[in-house]
Ligand binder design. Structure first.
Ligand SMILES: [Zn+2]
Length: 227
């Protein structure tokens, strides 16, 4: 079993490499607020939250926004367990995602979420912050830009954090040396191509994907993986 080790991306971000079938999980802190990007399937939720707490990352935290890059079960299955574990530590939790994804999560549309592929049943829940392309997500002093990048699924979005270190959370839209599948429900090769071209216009130091390793050569990687 791979060991769970927090990977620090200065100045404010921690990567937790997904265990088993889980997506990667990212924790971004600003003051007493933090952002969590994706939550895995939920099976190892206690391990992730336990690690963040044990390493002191949650000390003094008051509020967490959980952002889902898209609606696949390996990215949202842990949402409710993360919420209850964090609330157990006295931290307020809200959910944010693109409005297309929000509707799927609230209605629990299994045919798109693909929970059955993991032998699980997704429990629908409320999404508090419904976003669209160009919106800003506020976390403490940070302002993250929502970039709608359909293709892997119709509501897939990336989150961009501009600063001295520029980060792009890419979900399953683009990985290190690969792109996400476009043949799952609501996927589209045409849309994916357009989204990847849109992403080429951003300056990015670290691309932080939903699976696999960090993307360091942002534009070179996009060029190589363009389908
Ligand atoms: Zn996916």
């Amino acid at each position: 079993m791979p060991e769970l080790v927090p990977i620090e991306i200065p100045p404010n971000t921690v990567m937790l490499k997904g265990l088993d079938w889980d997506s990667n999980i990212y924790f971004v802190r600003s003051g007493r607020e933090a952002l969590i990007v994706d939550t895995g399937t939920g099976k190892r939720a206690r391990d992730y939250i336990g690690l963040l707490a044990g390493e002191g990352y949650l000390n003094g935290l008051r509020e967490v926004v959980i952002f889902n890059t898209h609606e696949h079960f390996d990215h949202i299955g842990g949402n409710l367990t993360f919420k209850s574990l964090l609330e157990g530590l006295g931290i307020k939790v809200s959910f944010a995602t693109h409005r297309i994804v929000a509707e799927i999560i609230e209605r629990g549309l299994s045919g798109i979420i693909l929970d059955h592929a993991y032998g699980e049943r997704f429990k629908p829940h409320e999404v508090h912050i419904k976003l669209k392309d160009g919106d800003e997500l506020k976390v403490g002093k940070l302002r993250l830009n929502v970039i709608h990048t359909p293709g892997h699924t119709a509501g897939s979005s990336c989150l961009y954090l501009d600063g001295d270190t520029k980060l792009m959370f890419t979900g399953d839209t683009v990985f290190n040396r690969a792109v996400g599948r476009m043949n799952l429900p609501t996927g589209s090769l045409d849309e994916l191509r357009k989204s990847l071209r849109k992403l080429t216009g951003f300056e990015v130091d670290f691309g932080l994907p939903g699976h696999g390793w960090i993307i360091k050569d942002w534009k070179g990687n996009l060029k190589r993986v363009m389908p």
